[in-house]
Design a protein around this ligand. Structure first.
Ligand code: PLZ
Length: 440
């Protein structure tokens, strides 16, 4: 079984190996080209922070399926919760005949998101679907239409969220006209703009006031730490000022915590680390240990503005996913996983700052908890160096480390390990990057 996997990287064939190469040929004949393939090794099993491919190669997983297996692959408590639920019932549709675990997940979300006010939740299937629902909820509550988003944002691949991404190219290229009433403003990117939080917030607010005006603005979406955009940690006070302005103007402040939520940054939700109390939070990815589940949670009066039947869907809050989510929240408490995320930050950032001393190609090391990134530049400048990212990731892949890129300029390497990844494995990853940069 998966828990017998030795927690180490091990490369025994070419990467991708012969079995993965053959599988990839089958895939190319059957799966749409529109679906990307970052690292085409086909996975047979995974445990903790190690994934094993069908050729027997073992990789240290710094991707976690884009930040999903936050408490580790095949966590025993999640596995048994899923097994038990599958054997009881797999589906009834919560809006037809409900069940306890959906309610339990809503209670857990209310308990673990910032603020002591009354909160309610709705559960759906994906991060993008959570964002879509948050828009509906904010529009219904405010009676307003426009949606505010920030530079470098990523919110999904559905028809409305496509319009909210900073990068129309590639996410929306050729997919027709975009959802309307989306307005974008500059964000806070201290490494690039050198602005204080207050200055950056005034600029953001100016854009929304001049482009839209508060009479039409229903909501603003902000990722507390931007994900696909490159893990930018905004300057102190930036998000707080925007939240305050939203409150003054009947604009719903929505934290998109799809990537930063559920113990990822050393708090249940990253908003907490900035002292934010968002009106609504969107959550997905790490919430159910790899089972598909997402939700919107927030102020009861905003959530209840929607009429019965306005929210929902066939699979939303699937019982197996909900059972897994309950187990994830229990494990976070039982195994002090917020503390573990803080340990990951200490070890990884420590190692990466050492590398930065050796390699001026590393412009900045940033992030919180197990959401850490390095921005690669042309030494002595802040000019993007995406070629170095591509080469370093390809090198690491050959040595048994799975890494992802990020960044509007594709010049960021991001680390999204399980919070349980041992210091030994984290330092092993740093040593592989050391070799990769030496080889550049
Ligand atoms: N909001 C902040 O990070 C998903 C997907 C990247 P879904 N990001 C990773 C890719 O190439 O597909 C994401 C996110 C934030 C929303 C989403 C969308 O979540 O579960 O992928 O729909």
């Amino acid at each position: 079984t998966a828990d017998a996997i030795a927690l180490e990287r091990k490369i025994v064939t070419a990467v991708p190996g012969p079995k993965s190469q053959a599988m990839h040929e089958r895939r190319k004949a059957a799966v749409s080209n529109g679906v990307g393939a970052a690292l085409p090794v086909y996975i047979a099993a995974a445990h903790d922070s190690i994934v094993v491919d069908i050729d027997g190669n073992q990789f240290i997983d710094m991707a976690s399926g884009i930040g999903v297996t936050t408490i580790g692959h095949t966590d025993p408590a999640v596995v048994s919760a899923v097994q038990n639920q599958v054997a009881s019932f797999t589906h009834t549709c919560f809006t037809v005949t409900p069940y306890e675990d959906y309610v339990r997940v809503a209670e857990l979300l209310a308990a673990h998101t910032p603020g002591t006010h009354a909160k309610k939740a709705v559960l759906v299937n994906s991060g993008a679907e959570a964002v879509e629902n948050a828009i509906k909820i904010a529009r219904k509550y405010t009676g307003k239409n426009a949606v505010g988003v920030l530079d470098h944002a990523y919110h999904g691949r559905t028809n409305m969220t496509m319009a909210m991404n900073f990068k129309n190219s590639p996410y929306a290229t050729g997919y027709g006209s975009l959802g309307t009433a989306v307005f974008r403003a500059p964000s806070s990117y201290p490494y690039w703009d050198g602005m204080t939080g207050e200055e950056a917030a005034e600029r953001t607010i100016w854009y929304f006031e001049k482009q839209v005006g508060v009479a039409d603005l229903a909501c603003i979406f902000a990722e507390p730490i931007q994900g696909e955009g490159g893990f930018m940690v905004p300057a102190d006070g930036y998000l707080n000022r925007i939240q305050e302005w939203c409150t003054e103007n009947n604009v719903v402040f929505i934290a998109d915590e799809v990537q930063s939520g559920v113990a990822r940054t050393g708090a249940y939700y990253a908003s907490e680390t900035f002292g934010l109390v968002p009106d609504l939070i969107t959550t997905a990815k790490g919430i159910a240990g790899g089972m598909p589940l997402a939700g919107v949670v927030g102020r009861a009066e905003i959530m209840d503005a929607s009429h019965p039947g306005g929210l929902g869907g066939t699979f939303g809050g699937n019982p197996v996913s909900c059972a897994a989510a309950v187990a994830v929240f229990e494990q976070i408490e039982r195994e002090n996983l917020l503390g573990e995320a803080q340990r990951v930050e200490k070890t990884l950032v420590g190692g990466l700052l050492e590398l930065q001393k050796k390699y001026p190609i590393i412009g900045e090391v940033r992030g919180k908890g197990a959401m850490i990134a390095i921005e690669l530049v042309q030494p002595g400048t802040k000019k993007a160096n995406p070629e170095a990212v591509t080469k370093a990731i390809a090198y690491a892949f050959q040595k048994g480390v799975l890494l992802l890129n990020a960044g509007t300029n594709y010049n960021v390497i991001r680390f999204l390990p399980s919070v349980k990844t041992s210091d030994e494995l984290l330092l092993d990853v740093v040593s592989v990057l050391d070799e990769a940069f030496a080889a550049l």
